[in-house]
Design a protein around this ligand. Structure first.
Ligand code: ADP
Ligand code: MG
Length: 224
């Protein structure tokens, strides 16, 4: 898997260069910094005005409104369509503790359940790269930890965009910070969160980092 953006200019993006060869990458930045635009470039939905994009052939995507991913009568049919096998689809649902949703209409799911399903749909057909926009927006704490477990356990290369720093610390190996369409920081996530460059850019320290600093060790999550 290799993703390479070279000096990409389009809309708000101003000369973005980025290489990803694996792992879980969080794109951080305030509202309007260009995160969604960058994901749209990566998936090929948006062509750069200038610059080059080399992306893998198979890219799965889960967008901010998960309900836009759905078009079938039931959750199981949605999953079967991408997984190619009904039995496997049912097993996947069971493994996330949501087997009871199999025969529900996907349009009646809670935001968290819908997000989980939309990420599974982006993933189960075997893409080389999965992009997820704002995985935690609109989720409660229980739903949030389910989505974090899902993203951390996929084993596929993931690029996700978020303004949720706590979530990025919990899930990402690497963070890339966008500010007004430019990459202003690109570091392994523990270096970013336990160093000071991220905070010099004005981001608040996640609670887990405060706890980690007080205990003198790396803490990535304070949720139970
Ligand atoms: N289709 C579009 N045409 C023109 N400008 C857009 C379009 N979509 C987004 N923008 C602008 O680009 C900027 C970045 O948007 P976006 O990538 O959605 O940021 P983020 O996801 O970081 O909040 C915003 O100022 C937004 O108004
Ligand atoms: Mg966005």
């Amino acid at each position: 898997m290799s993703l390479r953006l070279e000096d990409v200019w389009v809309r708000v993006l101003q000369g973005v260069s980025l290489e990803v060869s694996g792992g879980v990458v969080a794109i951080l930045g305030r509202n309007g910094s260009g995160k969604t635009t960058l994901l749209r470039v990566i998936t090929g939905l948006l062509k750069p005005d200038r610059g080059r994009v080399e992306a893998p052939g198979r890219v799965g995507a889960s967008w901010q409104n998960p309900y836009f991913s759905f078009h079938r009568q039931t959750v199981l049919e949605e999953l079967e369509e991408v997984a190619g096998d009904r039995g496997y689809a049912a097993e996947v649902l069971e493994s996330y503790g949501i087997g009871d949703l199999a025969y529900r209409s996907p349009f009646t799911l809670s935001m968290g359940q819908a997000r989980l399903l939309s990420i599974l749909l982006a993933t189960l057909w075997g893409p080389e790269l999965v992009v997820v926009d704002e995985p935690t927006s609109g989720l409660g704490p229980g739903e949030r930890s389910m989505v974090s477990r899902l993203l951390a356990g996929l084993g596929t290369t993931i690029v996700f965009a978020t303004h949720d720093l706590d979530f990025a610390l919990e899930v990402a190996d690497r963070v890339v910070v966008l500010d007004r369409g430019r990459v202003v920081l690109d570091l392994p996530s523990l270096e970013a969160f336990y160093g000071d460059e991220l905070y010099r850019l004005g981001f608040p320290r996640p609670l887990a980092v405060e706890v980690g600093l007080a205990l003198g060790r790396v803490v990535r999550s304070v949720s139970c």
